[in-house]
Every structure is written in C-alpha cells, then in structure tokens.
Design a protein around this ligand. Structure first.
Ligand code: AMP
Ligand code: ZN
Ligand code: FE
Ligand code: FE
Length: 281
C-alpha cells in the first residue's frame, strides 16, 4: 500500500519520523511519503531510520495562496533538497508563520483568551514548522478546550475572525519551484469544504500549464462527489490520481493508509520526476 501524504513532528504531526516509519510498516505500507508543512527538516531522520521493506518518498506540503486569497496545499514529492529557490521559498514561508502566529495570539488576547507566544512555542518540537495546531495544543494545555478539532471548530478555522494568513507562493509558483527542483507536484485535498473557500474546477488549467503532475483525489475530506469531479479533471489532463491519509499522529483522526494510491498511478507520478529518488534500503 502506498500512502503519499503524512506529517511528523517536524510540522504539526505528533509522531517522530522514526515512529511514523515504524507504524507505516506495522500497517502494511510498502511506500510512504513524508510531507511536513513547508520543510524538509524531517528528511534526514527518516532516511536514517528507513528499513528494508518500506520505500520512502521524501516531500513537503507547500502552503500556497491564490491571488484571490484561497489557501491551497501543494504536495511536492521527489524533489532535490539542494535546490536553492525552493528551499528559500519554504524558509520565507516558515519565517512568515512566526509573525502571523504573533498576530493570531494578539487577536485571541484581545478577545480575552490568556495565551502567550511562549506557550505556543513550547508545543513545538525543535526545528519544526510552526502552525495553528501548536496554538491549539497550547489552548488545550491551558484547559480552554479538549481537542485540536474543537479549537479549530470554535476559534481557528479559515473563516474565523482570528484567522491570519501568512506569506505563501501562488499554486503556480509553487508548482514551478517543485518542477525546477526536479520533483512532482500534486495538489492536496483541493475540494475539502472544511478549509473555507476552495479553488474552482476552472483553475486547474492554469495549474496544468504550470506543470501540475497529480491530484489527490482520495482523501477523507473529499465527498464522493468531490472525488468524481477531481477524478474527471485528472483524466481530462492526464494527471496521476493519488490517495492518502494526511496522517498527523494524534493530532487528527486520520489513520495511516486509510486512503492509498494505486501502484500504476504512483509509477506514472514517479516517472515525471527528473531522477529516480525513491529511497530503499
Ligand atoms: P496552518 O498551517 O497554521 O495554517 O494550520 C493548518 C493545519 O492545521 C492543517 O494543515 C491541518 O493539519 C491542521 N488542521 C486544520 N483543521 C484541523 C482540525 N479540525 N483538527 C486538527 N487539525 C486541523
Ligand atoms: Zn497539518
Ligand atoms: Fe493540507
Ligand atoms: Fe497535510
């Protein structure tokens, strides 16, 4: 089984890359992608702890924003981590996430929630990408709420007055950066209605022109209708169709391998990278 979208504690997942790989094997996965938000910081640990029987696809989930302010997540897989343009773009996003978190915390303070940036940072592992889930964890630690789901539903969702966006490239720029770094670009959970506004079916032409390689069709946040629509778009543009868990350890209900990718679709995707970069021991 192939799961092409997972998170570790190098972003807002709760498992270390090592634990993630162990669980992947225990769950019968044959291929797993590590796709932490806007970083490759977890790659080394994953490579160091990879064991025979599991193939590792290194990647990142790149935060993007369209010119009209819609948040999009672009999975970059199998790219060269030495590529400066892509690494610089990710670094800029990570830095911007810090100032953005200060703004969200200030808004919460104004509304009467007593929470400090230090308390948020205390929830973050060393070298990890800061995100709203860490703020949610801090709110939970203070007893305001019981789960990340609850904090997101009440306070931190994309349409909330506490929501602040951060710098991120447009989807087209992110795709171009991933392609220049030799990798493949797969748009993640494009029609998840849980994420506020989503991109229109018409916008895919522009992503394809930028070099899009695949669409994450099978994901728990997609309705059957969403999946059919995305599948039709993938057929129209001859893109690979992926399925994945978007596993976050205890940070979300998503279970490893709950959705997976057909081997033929993965082969199609991998063949579009500029080098063979799947890692096997
Ligand atoms: P950020 O990257 O700071 O914009 O935060 C977005 C991240 O929060 C997403 O990538 C998800 O992993 C996580 N997230 C969004 N909604 C929820 C939710 N309802 N429960 C838990 N985590 C969530
Ligand atoms: Zn996440
Ligand atoms: Fe995402
Ligand atoms: Fe994700």
């Amino acid at each position: 089984m192939i799961d092409l979208h997972t998170h570790s504690n190098f972003s807002d997942g709760t498992d270390t890359p090592t634990l993630l790989l162990n669980k992947a094997m225990a769950n019968g996965l044959t291929t797993i992608a590590l796709t932490d938000h806007d970083t490759v910081a977890g790659w080394q640990e994953a490579m160091d702890h990879l064991r025979p029987g599991l193939a590792l696809v290194l990647g990142s989930e790149i935060s993007c924003q369209t010119s009209d302010g819609i948040s999009v997540h672009m999975l970059g897989l199998l790219f060269d981590q030495e590529n400066e343009a892509l690494m610089n773009a990710m670094e800029q996003t990570r830095e911007n996430r810090i100032g953005r978190m200060h703004k969200i915390v200030a808004r919460l303070n104004k509304a009467g929630y007593e929470i400090t940036i230090g308390e948020v940072e205390a929830q973050l592992s060393d070298g990890a990408t800061l995100g709203r889930p860490h703020l949610a964890d801090a709110m939970i630690a203070k007893g305001y709420m019981k789960s990340r789901e609850e904090v997101f539903a009440q306070l931190l969702h994309n349409d909330s007055p506490f929501y602040v966006s951060h710098y991120s490239p447009t989807p087209e720029v992110a795709i171009a950066l991933i392609k220049q770094a030799g990798g493949v670009a797969v748009i993640a959970h494009a029609m998840s209605s849980l994420r506020g506004r989503t991109v229109s079916p018409e916008s895919f032409q522009s992503y394809v022109d930028a070099g899009l390689d695949g669409i994450e069709v099978y994901h728990r946040d997609h309705t059957l209708e969403n999946r059919e629509l995305l599948s039709a778009i993938a057929d129209q543009f001859d893109l690979a169709k992926t399925g994945s868990s978007d596993y976050h350890g205890n940070g979300k209900l998503n279970q490893l391998a709950e959705f997976h990718t057909d081997p033929a679709e993965f082969e199609k995707l991998e063949s579009r990278a500029n080098a063979r970069r799947v890692i096997r021991r």
